[in-house]
Design a protein around this ligand. Structure first.
Ligand code: FAD
Ligand code: NAD
Length: 475
């Protein structure tokens, strides 16, 4: 007889493992199947985020930023350093150790929450039956009252520059370099291109980024994107906009990339090339012929606003469904699906999902850009506060960037908050909370912020919306 569960989750990335834990907290009998295999052949929970995405990239961003500051910034504080050297092997070992601690942590969480973990491949069949195929061994049929699909995403490959794992690599490959490439090409000036470009640039690579679009960070508020572009340029990262790759040829020495931009045909020779032109939903071998779950024209699993597929009691969450490909969006969908299954009221507010790019300066935003509000026709007002006027930012020697708030002119609603500057990824949480609670700009103005903190920048920007900033001359 088939083993029977209340809920089977396929995929244990931030979407799936969180859904499994919440379903179990809701009193369900839960199984979670995951096939992730690391380069050492070992399986691990946590999916892309913990093994090859958010966590290893942030560890290297932190380490490389410290290395850069030790060499370039400490002297301004009166700290004399000499002989600052890079030990990349130790840096990479630390990264692996943090990844291992966190992925191991999920094993502990599953145990504590009584989630049954299965290592191997899951495939949805008709009538909520799931075929589980272990790494070695025969397939087994499991049954469930509910199934949650959380199979994640994979990097987009360019036909003109296919990954070879050596010279032309994806983001995972670019997190694993065991030597700093002298020259590094990056195709795509998106989140991954900028984060990983920053890591290797700080560690000594000469980095050239090729971006197909004419606009830099096209989805980001223009003021923020322009400031970020200025700062990246100052840091020595070369970003070519409107650059269309036409050919990439590898050799023992590196990669010769040919591209076209507004000045005509160009070429670039680099030791390594990272292709970071987006990710696509991953559903290989996930859906049995008769399971009834549908994919849209871009390969995403079709779901409604509650993450329900067209098949009764089958949900899909995370990167394999529409919406931004972000870990926190994925996890919150996991919570919503598990709570809906338990008969509770649950919903996602897709309008207030924060985005963060963990470069230096960091870039973070929530809600609408000034350009989006302008196109919508709603009357608006804006206020900004530069970190150059912040005592705390000066103490940190990080005065680049600013906070910008876009508010409705009619009822004072906060429509968007945009930050480029130190700790932007932490500061944005206040804006998310304010918008989630439908706070007005005046609510932020009347909220006491500790002094001296970077968060005062948020307070002053809110005041500036009504030309009442106190520590900056209103424009
Ligand atoms: P995944 O994390 O991809 O997990 C899916 C899991 O399902 C995997 O373990 C996979 O092996 C397994 N699986 C798939 N199919 C099957 C099957 N049939 N049977 C069994 N198992 C299966 N997001 C952020 O919010 N912040 C960041 O800082 C950030 N940094 C990133 C940096 C990089 C370099 C990359 C590549 C991504 C980053 N992301 C970041 C994006 C984030 O990693 C994803 O949005 C997130 O991992 C999506 O979670 P998920 O659970 O939907 O999918
Ligand atoms: P992205 O969509 O952020 O950026 C891809 C960039 O490549 C775009 O600017 C696009 O115009 C450009 N591009 C596309 N085709 C091109 C071509 N042929 N030549 C040159 N440029 C081209 O995608 P990404 O950086 O690969 O990241 C993938 C996903 O991972 C994103 O959806 C992101 O949300 C997620 N991620 C998030 C974080 C974070 O939250 N900090 C970090 C890394 C990744």
């Amino acid at each position: 007889m088939a083993r029977n569960y209340d809920v089977i989750v396929i995929g244990a990335g931030p979407a799936g493992y969180i859904a499994a834990i919440r379903a179990s907290q809701n009193g369900m009998n839960v199984a979670c199947i995951d096939e992730w295999e690391n380069r050492d052949g070992k399986n691990a929970l946590g999916g892309t985020c913990l093994n090859a995405g958010c966590i290893p990239s942030k560890v290297l961003l932190e380490s490389s930023e410290l290395f850069h500051r030790a060499g370039h910034e400490f002297s301004k504080h009166g700290i004399v350093t000499s002989g600052v050297e890079l030990d990349l092997a130790t840096m990479q070992k630390r990264k692996q150790s943090i990844v291992r601690q966190l992925t191991g942590g999920i094993v502990g969480l599953f145990k504590a929450n009584k989630v049954e973990g299965f290592v191997g491949h899951g495939k949805l069949l008709a009538d909520r039956k799931v075929e589980y195929t272990p790494k070695s061994g025969a397939p087994e049929i499991l049954e469930a009252r509910y199934v949650i699909l959380a199979s994640g995403s994979a990097p987009v490959e360019l036909k003109l520059a296919p990954f070879d794992g050596e010279r032309i690599v994806d983001s995972w490959g670019a997190l694993e370099f065991d030597a700093v490439p002298k020259t590094l090409g990056v195709v795509g000036a998106g989140v991954i291109g900028l984060e990983l470009g920053s890591v290797w640039s700080r560690l000594g690579s000469e980095v050239v980024v090729l971006e197909a679009l004419d606009d830099f960070l096209a989805a980001v508020d223009r003021d923020i994107a322009n400031e970020a572009a200025k700062q990246f340029k100052r840091q020595g990262m070369t970003i070519h906009l409107g650059a269309k790759v036409t050919k990439a040829a590898t050799s023992a020495q590196g990669v010769k990339v040919e591209y076209e931009d507004c000045s005509g045909a160009q070429s670039l020779e680099v030791e390594k090339l990272v292709v970071a032109v987006g990710r696509r939903p991953y559903t290989e071998g996930l859906l049995g012929k008769d399971c009834g779950v549908q994919l849209d024209e871009r390969g995403f699993i079709t779901v409604d606003h509650e993450c329900r597929t067209r098949v009764k009691n089958v949900f899909a969450i995370g990167d394999c469904v529409r919406g931004p490909m972000l870990a926190h969006k994925s996890s919150e969908e996991g919570v919503m699906a598990a709570d809906l299954i338990a008969g509770e009221i649950a919903e996602m507010n897709y309008n207030v999902i924060p985005s963060v790019i963990y470069t230096a300066p960091e870039i973070a935003w929530v809600g609408k850009t000034e350009q989006e509000v302008s196109v919508s026709g709603r009357k608006f007002k804006t206020g900004s506060f530069p970190f150059a006027a912040s005592g705390r930012a000066k103490a940190m020697e990080q005065t680049g960037g600013f906070v910008k708030i876009v508010s409705a002119a009619d009822d004072d609603e906060i429509l968007g908050v945009h930050i480029v500057g130190p700790m932007a990824g932490e500061l944005i949480a206040e804006a998310v909370l304010a918008m989630e609670f439908s706070a007005s700009t005046e609510d932020l103005q009347r909220t006491i912020h500790a002094h001296p903190t970077l968060a005062e920048g948020m307070h002053e920007a809110a005041l500036a919306v009504d030309k009442r900033a106190l520590n900056y001359i209103n424009k």
